[in-house]
Design a protein around this ligand. Sequence first.
Ligand SMILES: [Zn+2]
Length: 413
Amino acid sequence: MAGVLVAQPPPSVREQARGYVATLAGPAMHGRGYVSGGDSLAADWIAAQFDRLGLAPLDGQRYQRFHFPVNTFPDSVRVAIGGTVLQPGIDFITDPASGPAEGRFALVRPTFADLADPDARARLFARPPGWAAYLDRPATTDKDSLHAYAAFEAELVRHAPVLKQGGSKLTWSVANEALPHAVIELRAGAMPAGADSVELHVRDRFIPAHAARNVFGAARARKKGSTDWLVITAHYDHLGRMGPDALFPGANDNASGTAMLLCLAERIARHPLKKVNVLFIAFAGEEAGLQGSMWCAAHPPVDLRRIKLLINLDLNGTGDDGITVVNATEQRKAFDALVAINKRTRRLAQVKPRGPACNSDHCPFALKGVPAIFLYTMGGVSWYHDVNDRPETLPLTAFDGLYRTLIDLVDRY
Ligand SMILES: [Zn+2]
């Protein structure tokens, strides 16, 4: 008599992902950026995970090395206005391209009209050093005016430090250049009324050729000698630290996608695909302008023509409103397959199509004709490029649903 087959529910990978995210976005990895070797520590850790999961190096190489210029802030960034010491990362951020400033500066408040007037500008720039400009948010939304304002600001920073009034949300980033003076963005409400001076201690360190590494792991197909590839990618770098006091953990961006990549790697290393090899790539330098994926697409580790599909995972940590598929309109087959899987399983609230966008690491490959899609989750917490994108508050709502959906998709190869 045949035994009774009981369908076992697949085990949850969310708890495992939580552990990965906690490690990658923990303080010991320094925000996986450019202070205290954060990105390099993350690369070592991911390589150790690939070893543990049984992913092979590619042609003997675990890493792909490349370089790019980056502006960094290893030292404490201090801003005090009218006796109030502002909190780094919360009350202010440096412009990513900020240069240095040291000492007390008289605040000058040029208006848009001042900046637009060549004589007023000339008088301003002729002032002896010891002043900093404070710029209010432009009152206009007119494109030409905003463009002019940005041009005046760029001219201003060649002469003196600049403080800019930002919005209620501060969004940090990474720059590949360094300006001659400090540029500081203040949170709305952080500028004390009537302040006439500012104390700045800002010291950037510009690195002309920062050494970074993409990390490779391969799982060969069951079919011997297959030359076809499925490529699964996620960037592991984030913004790092703005001095020792402001950590940008990057839990959603992109410890979450890296965790998804590791969970998929574990499953596929144990159960290789039938016909297609799988290459996992953890990219560096995404936040610095898709540096790792651009280098990789220009120096491809496998024949780009043999890539059946590239799936890029970035911002996979929420999901109340389902997922968006970037490049869905160009990669109809892959998108339709995801929709069909979800119609049957109802794991995700929505599988939403989006057109091409050069907003993550799929892009340099898509531009070279590789069939590539990028998946991100929607809804839930919206911390982004700030000190609040932390593991403790990352819900991972759709993590299991997306993981199983992706397994169903890749198992067709
Ligand atoms: Zn990202």
